[in-house]
Design a protein around this ligand. Structure first.
Ligand code: AVI
Length: 329
């Protein structure tokens, strides 16, 4: 749960009680050359709110493209069942699950819906979104994905099949070996004939991609810089947040958009909660995120390497996004 930061007499935020894993990761990743930070730390309360705002931006089209595809393909997805259990890893507001459940084809049988997230607040919002759907039992798991998925599949009805959803191109935030390992883990938790629906963004012209990750309103820049705010608040860091620029680049060779924070001047940084002090030169960067973009066949191949076979793939040609339905072989 988010703890409010407390201001000391000098007006400086005292560190909040920090997650020891966050402190260890900040120490490790900021000591690498080039300096890095893992992108999953973007999502504190403010970071999650900024991400929701990003999804509304006209230049960031992933969310809308995926919603269109879900509405269009819901009947075909349901026909690949019947499923008795739906499990969503990172349900966000619950709108995508709602789109599926509102389709007539999913309304024919009673369903258990499991929502998995480390954020209690996200789970509450998603549960409220789904409250109006009839004949659905919603179970929330405030847990890492692997833990929640194991709990959800252990609870499945005897003989019933599960459909897991991993949407929003979250797979793109893993590097290729990490994505393979993650998908292999999902495969190990699912039973034979269980299905996985995965949403992934496709490669497209560089200008479009850079605009999606460096928007003219500066929302993505704030999302990126908030990682430094979080380090200051939770680990007592003294990053001068305004002395960092936001940079988004398309790395064609690796097929990924990279986000970096660029130090605008030489500066000394101390982060007592992570037992770290260092200085940064003007122009030196912290690499904060990779967002891999795929070709449709690469997605199928990646899933096949982890033991899944293709059922069907749907492509949104306007915004170049793919929804891929596979079954555990
Ligand atoms: C959550 N994830 C899939 C987003 C993405 O597109 O990589 C996070 C994001 N970063 C910048 N804008 C959105």
């Amino acid at each position: 749960m988010r703890e409010e930061s407390r201001l000391s007499g000098a007006g400086r935020a005292e560190p909040r009680a920090a997650d020891p894993r966050f402190a260890a990761d900040v120490h490790y990743y900021l000591s690498l050359d080039p300096r890095q930070l893992p992108s999953h730390y973007f999502y504190d309360a403010l970071g999650s709110a900024l991400f929701e705002a990003i999804c509304e931006l006209p230049w960031y089209r992933i969310t809308r493209a995926e919603m269109r595809l879900l509405a269009r393909s819901a009947g075909r997805i349901a026909a690949a069942g019947p499923f008795t259990t739906l499990v969503e890893l990172g349900p966000g507001s619950g709108q995508k699950m709602l789109t599926l459940l509102e389709s007539d084809d999913f309304q024919e049988s009673a369903l258990d819906v499991h929502l998995i997230d480390v954020s209690a607040r996200a789970l509450t919002v998603a549960r409220e979104t789904l409250a109006s759907v009839n004949d659905v039992r919603v179970v929330t798991h405030e847990a890492p994905y692997e833990v929640g998925l194991a709990q959800a599949t252990a609870e499945r009805r005897r003989g019933g099949r599960a459909l897991a959803l991993f949407l929003g191109s979250n797979i793109g935030n893993f590097d290729p070996p990490g994505a393979d390992a993650f998908l292999r883990g999902l495969h190990a938790s699912l039973g034979r004939r269980d299905a996985l629906l995965i949403g992934a963004d496709l490669a497209k012209p560089a200008e479009e991609l850079v605009l999606a990750y460096d928007d003219p309103l500066g929302v993505t820049a704030a999302f990126n810089r908030n990682l430094l705010v979080r380090i200051n608040q939770e680990l007592g860091g003294d990053f001068d947040v305004s002395a960092f620029g936001h940079r988004a680049i398309w790395n064609q060779a690796e097929s990924r958009v990279e986000m970096h924070l660029v130090s605008l001047r030489r500066q000394a940084v101390s982060i007592p909660g992570a037992d770290l002090a260092f200085s940064m030169e003007a122009g030196e960067t912290i690499w904060t995120e990779s967002s891999y973009k795929y070709e449709p066949a690469q997605i199928v191949a990646m899933l096949a390497r982890s033991g899944f076979r293709l059922v069907e793939q749907w492509i949104d040609d306007d915004d170049r996004f793919a929804l891929t339905l596979v079954e555990a072989a």
